[in-house]
Structures are given as structure tokens and as C-alpha cells.
Ligand binder design. Structure first.
Ligand code: SF4
Length: 271
């Protein structure tokens, strides 16, 4: 699957466990994770943020670290993340979540610190923060949600927008000669020595939701074992700005987006 990835990234491996085995990591959906506040999400119908919030909360509950975990929210549709997690949360300026997380972790090294960022936040204004936090080997976890557009501000082209993808600022589709190429954050972070765990996952169907949860757990464990920075890039639907129904958005990830952003574990120092 990952032709270029295999050449550049010798540790790359696609998921190799069975559907049945993957499903075992999912919790019963009737129980609200303790690490989530009991309020409704404001996200659009079919948005992936709610799924990813739940997975992060389930992992924190299962690792027993709710009382020692601090989250850093970013700017974008997920700016209200800090309202949804029943954790100590801090808001960062646009793109600066890894720097804020660095400060928290260095002052409180026994706490578990994670950032929750979108592609407009992390992949554009914040990409320098991301690379330098990785190069410093910060013991933090980064949950990076890639939906290939700026969601909150109206669906403009993001650094991750696919070639040919129509957005509000590229209505005729992203053209390489004019608009450049999508940035593959996970591949780049995996090539920096300070990263300990890097994966790209998706939430477009149950088996990939389960794999996303596994990856989030492994990224937190890399921090708990003080191995280095962990990043999970999650492909996530934005039906509103893709102008698709929720089910069409899931199919678009499967049929189109994964071809540009292949899934798999790119680096795991624990293996
Ligand atoms: S605009 Fe997109 S990313 Fe933002 S809440 Fe709506 S569906 Fe989710």
C-alpha cells in the first residue's frame, strides 16, 4: 500500500490484525467515558471530531490516567475541545499547542500531556512548532486531525488539501503548479529522531475506528515510557465543507483520501 513510504520509512507497516481482533478494542457505545463531560458536541452531523474525542477519552480511562492528564486545545473547529474533556485543559494560540504542551510537560514531568490539533492549525501556521517539538524529543502526545480543509472558517484550501480537491479558495480543484502539493505531516514527523511513535489512521468505518484507538493508546504509552513524542494523524470526515452527506464523506475517505494519505504505523520504538 505505502510504496513511497516503504522506501523512505523502513519501519512502515500497514495494519495486519484481523477485523475481529480490532473490534475487541472498542468499548460498548452506551457508556460515556469518564474523561468526557456529559454534554452534547456542537460539531456538524457526520463530523469525525466526536468519534476521535471519544477514542481519546476511552484510552485515558483505560490507562487510568484521567487525574494526571492535561490536554492542550488548538484553534479551529476543535477549539471547544477543552469544554468536552473532563480533564485539566489549556487553550493554545493558533498552531502553538506543541510549544504550550512542552512548557507544561517540562514543569510537570509526571503529568501526561497531549495536544488536539487540526490540519489548518498543525499543518500550516504550527508546522514549525510541531517539527521542533519532535526534534527536541518532547515527551508529549499529539492527536492530529486531518480533514483536508480549513473547517471552521469556511472550507478554504489547507496544506493537506488533495490535488484536484475543490475548496472554497480552489473551486476548480487544487492545482500543483498554482497551489503546490499536500504536506504529509506523519511521514515528516516519523523521519525526525525525537519521534517515538507515529501512525496515520482513519475513522471512516468500525475497523479503522478500532485501529485509531489502538494507535492513540500506543502514542500515550510512548509518552508514559518516556520514549519520545507520539503523533497519531487521523483522517476525519468534514461533510459540511466537502459538500457531501455523512455517508458519502466516509466513502470519500476510503476511495480517495487514503490514496494520498496511506494508513499505517510509520514508527514505533517499542516494537
Ligand atoms: S465544519 Fe467540518 S470539521 Fe468543522 S465541525 Fe463541521 S464537519 Fe466538523
Amino acid at each position: 500500500m505505502a510504496v513511497a513510504g516503504e522506501w523512505f520509512l523502513p519501519q512502515w507497516r500497514s495494519w495486519d490484525t484481523s477485523y475481529r481482533e480490532d473490534r475487541k478494542v472498542l468499548s460498548p457505545t452506551t457508556n460515556r467515558p469518564r474523561s468526557l463531560v456529559d454534554i452534547s458536541f456542537h460539531y456538524c452531523p457526520g463530523c469525525g471530531h466526536g468519534i476521535i474525542h471519544r477514542l481519546v477519552a476511552e484510552v485515558i480511562d483505560e490507562l487510568g490516567i484521567q487525574g494526571q492528564t492535561i490536554g492542550v486545545a488548538s484553534v479551529g473547529c476543535s477549539v471547544h475541545t477543552l469544554s468536552y474533556f473532563d480533564l485539566d485543559m489549556q487553550q493554545a494560540a493558533h498552531g502553538r499547542a506543541p510549544a504550550v504542551a512542552t512548557g507544561i510537560k517540562r514543569v510537570l514531568p509526571k503529568q501526561i500531556v497531549f495536544t488536539y490539533q487540526g490540519d489548518g492549525d498543525l499543518g500550516a501556521i504550527g508546522i514549525g512548532e510541531m517539527f521542533h517539538a519532535t526534534a527536541r524529543g518532547e515527551k508529549i502526545t499529539v492527536i492530529y486531525v486531518n480533514n483536508a480543509v480549513y473547517g471552521m472558517t469556511g472550507g478554504q484550501m489547507a496544506p493537506t488539501t488533495l490535488i484536484g480537491q475543490a475548496t472554497s479558495t480552489t473551486p476548480d480543484g487544487r492545482l500543483p503548479d498554482r497551489d503546490g502539493f499536500p504536506i504529509k505531516v506523519a511521514e515528516l514527523v516519523s523521519m525526525i529522531d525525537g519521534s517515538a511513535f507515529v501512525a496515520r489512521t482513519s475513522v471512516h468505518n468500525p475497523v479503522n475506528v478500532a485501529r485509531t484507538k489502538k494507535a492513540i493508546r500506543m502514542a500515550f504509552q510512548a509518552q508514559m515510557n518516556r520514549l519520545g513524542l507520539g503523533l497519531v494523524e487521523v483522517l476525519s470526515p468534514c461533510p459540511t465543507n466537502w459538500h457531501l452527506s455523512p455517508s458519502e464523506a466516509m466513502k470519500w475517505i476510503e476511495n480517495v483520501m487514503i490514496k494520498s494519505f496511506p494508513l499505517g504505523i510509520m514508527k514505533s520504538l517499542e516494537r
